[in-house]
Design a binder for this molecule. Sequence first.
Ligand code: RIB
Length: 303
Amino acid sequence: MSSPIIVFGSINMDLVVYSDKQPAKGETILGNSFETFQGGKGANQAVAISKLGCPVSLIGKVGNDVFGDELLESLNSEQVGTSLVERHEGPSGVAFIYVFEETSENQIIVISGSNEQVKSNQIPDKELSATDVLISQLEIPPSEIEDLFIRAKKSGIYRILNTAPALKISKNLIHETDLLVMNESELENLTEQTIERQNTDSIGQAIKGLNLSTTQSIAVTLGSKGVYVYANQKGQFIDGHKVEPVDTTGSGDCFIGALASQYLESNDLLDSVNFANKAAALSVMKRGASSSMPTLKEVVNFQ
Ligand code: RIB
């Protein structure tokens, strides 16, 4: 196996309903369409990396159900390395996604299924040490992420943690991460501070509360507005790109996958964030999560 980038994360079958508007509590409305997509934050990030032409392996679990078969087939067809994806005797993870077409906003409920069974020991030390970048998110057990990040540190691997969905995590897991990536509500959850939306002073203030070391960085995504990057104890705002959004599901995953693949190339965080910003803008113009990830050519030719 051994790829320069490893994603340790979730794999879901996304069951997506498109409707004009959001129903009120207790209301039934008629929707516009229904589609299924391969999703899960981990799998989406791995597909984003692969679509950009970088070899990537995914560590995760799918169930022994028909979704598990379909998810593996789809990941293989996207050239994601799946030799460390195990089958669990139980159901695969699923995500119920509602996309409201008037605003292109979504709501997501995830049922973890096999993702709850993902273990750090699915990857042996020898294979882990051959990688350069390790990425994870919080749809698999945080204690297993912490264990893997501690193991990865011994080999000097760059560890990226996407703190989504917004869960409580240990101080040590934050300490064991080189780059944290999150949106504003996830930053509020992590810092237990209220943030004035899209206000960089307020975001910078909240970040200070994390007491990051000089070698740690953080990227806070602000949707279409852009990204706030904090590195070397300094914050910087990067503008977003104006596009017509169709479906924003997975745009955060696209951002992380693209950032990691560019970081592998340039070793430069700001350059990587700029690249990822373009990739994420392209991803919101298509339906689905993994299915909306752009190619390298598309990102390079964008604007
Ligand atoms: O980030 C988008 C993803 O969140 C979806 O693909 C869904 O599976 C949930 O994990």
